[in-house]
Design a protein around this ligand. Sequence first.
Ligand SMILES: [Zn+2]
Length: 59
Amino acid sequence: MREELIKILACPVCKTDVSQEGEKIVCSCCGRSFPIRNGIPVMLADEAETNLKETDDGK
Ligand SMILES: [Zn+2]
C-alpha cells in the first residue's frame, strides 16, 4: 500500500489520522482497526474492529 494514501486517510469515527499496522489500518485515538481489502483500506465504521477496552470495566 502506498504511504501517501495512508496520510490522507482518517478515522470515520473520530476524524483522527490513522496508521498502518500490518494488514490493518489502526486509529490510535479510538482504538478501532479497519481492514485492507485488495490493497484498499475500508474506512467504514461498520467494518471496524473495535479494540476498545470494554471488557475491562466489569468491576
Ligand atoms: Zn478513531
